[in-house]
Ligand binder design. Structure first.
Ligand SMILES: NC(=O)c1ccc[n+]([C@@H]2O[C@H](COP(=O)([O-])OP(=O)(O)OC[C@H]3O[C@@H](n4cnc5c(N)ncnc54)[C@H](OP(=O)(O)O)[C@@H]3O)[C@@H](O)[C@H]2O)c1
Length: 234
């Protein structure tokens, strides 16, 4: 099956996406900064699903040169073309809008929450256009829709990613490339370690990964524009 490229794949939602797409039979190309975690994940998935290939490469997605190298290698090793690019990597920090006068935090948020996806898409797009197929998923956040006062830079960056997703979808529709935005609420991942939120008020990331997989499985006549997921309990 075609390769699914997943950024930030060693932990959290990215790891769940890797597991779900592997279970579905997709070849994988994965990246993160921690090579040990990534290589262990690749070994485990490869052992569990011997018919797929799992390519991995250490990559700092805040560095455009790293992104270019990873994407180039991921495309080169794809046996049957590229099926999906899942722009999952992201950063999260709390701040209020007036408390970042030098825009250092905003720059960090934009780097991982917007530019990483932007550069990754630019790198893979020639391949998707040549294939006349492919599916881009941008993992945004509920903060892209409900701007959160305590997550100002994060909300700005995710809202920008949301706009980019919409623009990309319109541009690529006639080229048979589907684009889906994913807007999860709080998911039980490393980001919430130490927080006192009751577990039943946090979404299991495996369920978001399942929704992404189901969208990917739809025929190329159908695109799900947005996947909005919130904890069921208020
Ligand atoms: N968790 C939530 O409540 C929540 C809610 C809404 C949206 N989201 C979004 O969902 C996505 C995944 O979040 P998550 O909670 O699953 O995150 P997570 O558990 O913190 O995992 C982040 C993953 O990205 C990798 N990563 C981090 N910085 C990186 C960098 N500079 N270069 C390459 N890889 C990097 C990490 O591995 P290394 O550290 O080894 O690099 C790890 O594999 C993000 O876009 C996030 O904004 C999360």
């Amino acid at each position: 099956m075609k390769t699914c490229i997943i950024t930030g794949a060693s932990q959290g939602l990215g790891r769940c996406l890797a597991a779900r797409f592997a279970a579905g039979g997709a070849d994988l190309a994965l990246c993160a900064r921690n090579a040990n975690e990534l290589s262990q994940l690749a070994t485990d998935l490869q052992a569990q699903y011997p018919n797929i290939t799992v390519f991995w490469q250490r990559c700092d997605m805040s560095q455009p040169a790293d992104i270019a190298q990873f994407m180039q290698a991921a495309i080169a090793q794809a046996r049957h073309g590229i099926g999906a690019l899942i722009n999952n990597v992201g950063a999260f920090e709390l701040n209020r809008a007036a408390n970042d006068p030098g825009a250092e935090l905003l720059s960090r948020m934009l780097s991982l929450n917007l530019y990483a996806a932007y550069h990754s898409v630019a790198a893979v797009l020639p391949t998707l256009l040549a294939q006349q197929s492919g599916h881009i998923f941008n993992i945004e956040s509920i903060a892209a829709i409900d701007i959160l006062d305590d997550c100002a830079a994060y909300s700005i960056s995710k809202r920008a990613l949301h706009a980019y997703t919409q623009l990309l979808r319109r541009d690529l529709a006639s080229q048979h490339v589907r684009v889906t935005g994913v807007q999860p609420g709080a998911m039980l991942t490393r980001s919430w370690e130490g927080a006192t939120v009751p577990p039943d008020k946090i979404i299991p990331p495996e369920e978001v990964a399942e929704l992404v997989w189901q969208c990917y499985q739809l025929s190329d006549r159908t695109v799900v524009e947005n996947i909005v997921v919130r904890p069921a309990l208020p």
